[in-house]
Design a protein around this ligand. Sequence first.
Ligand code: BGP
Length: 495
Amino acid sequence: MKTFPEGFLWGGATAANQFEGGWNEGGKGWSVSDAARSHLDIDVQDYAKQNEVLTKDIEEAMAHPEDLVHYPKRHGSDFYHHYKEDIALLGEMGFKVFRMSIAWARIYPNGDDAEPNEEGLKFYDNVFDELKKYNIEPLVTISHYEPPLNLCLKYDCWYNRKTIDFFMNFVNTIVDRYKDRVKYWLTFNEVDSMIRHPYTTGGLIRDRFEGKNWEEVIFQSMHHQFVASALATKVLHEKRPDSLVGCMLTKLTYYPYTCKPEDVLEAQQRMRSTYCYSDTQVFGEYPAYLLARFKNHGLNIVMEEDDLKVMKEYPVDFISFSYYSSSCVAKDTEGLQTTAGNTVTAIKNPYLKASEWGWQSDPIGLRVSLVDLYDRYRKPLFIVENGLGEKEELIPDGKGSYTVDDQGHIDYYKGHFQAMYDAITEDGVELLGYTTWACIDLVSESTKQMSKRYGFIYVDCDDYGNGTFNRYRKKSFYWYKDVIASNGACLFEEE
Ligand code: BGP
């Protein structure tokens, strides 16, 4: 019988900034995401416009703390008040692992506070207690698009070296408190995303850097995150020796549009410009390619004496990544049709189908990605995001409640699970586990829509925050439950 390896960690993922809500409750401070406005009038594929946040936007956001309509991340899916029910549903599905993040501003409301917020710490105690009830292993992202807003306004956040110290206070506090309950940790979600959305990832507000080289600002901030990530790994290994710490990479997979050598080279360059960040965290040193970029672009990245030593000494234990789709690149793009992907726009692949948001589903691309990453690093991999955003409708389930016929999700997952199975059994890839994005509907990071639904569980809330926030099991809920219960065997039953 075909199954996944014993102990394979099946589960689902979320992030506090899009899921937790309770944004101003329990002593929580403002995070960057609480000030990120939705722009439902802009083309959903226009990522850059959706995510431009300037000082005036933040002032506007702060002037309207009551506004949950234009700032949907403030309510998210209201996990803050629904965590017991949500975790019970995940338990019902048989989850082995649940990926979540800890909202930094819930623990240190201003980022630079002398003492942590006990009420915030207690909230996560309760969450971990619930997970334990159902034998669900937490996988915690320390930072997932939620630097405290105060750090941006007072210190320019990750551009300022001081933020490493503020972050390490946060890390020490949560590791001391939760180390016995959390074994799997990720330091920064999609560390490479600093380039594509510097505000949510790095707390960088562009107009505060006028006259400075913006690329240098971004890489300086990323350098600080690399050092902080290594220091967090050190702390975790010291305080919980069997803990496993991963980096988290946006796995953007590019194919050459044609077999023209120029296109092949273009694809290779693009791939390296993604890998250079995981290279840094896995090998513990900047790859030549990235150093060449610093030099060729005249970027002066200030590094303190011990930085490179710390990075070298504390590399990550495993590589986690998000994978949604693939796309093509060409040297000469004139006349070629483009489409959106996760925070990028690239050339459309005529062999793949795209979602309403332009993301092209490509299960084989997941196998290609797994093989590439494993061959490159020879360390265990963990897929921590993979899924399909779709518009959905609640329908009566015939038993007095509601459901959703989300066959699209099931078909998407089926293909990707097959690809994972092949990568494990035929390519020898070591895969620790898999968490779908997202297990419960939540607010989209890029478009801030609730209607871009990924979950096995429907959350009754629309793009304007209207709804009961009641939860409903979708068709995929039952399907994924069978996948987990049979450790993947049911996927191959019809063969
Ligand atoms: C990843 C982010 C997530 C999540 C996901 C889906 O890049 O880590 O936070 O949001 O993409 O993207 P979106 O929400 O834009 O559909």
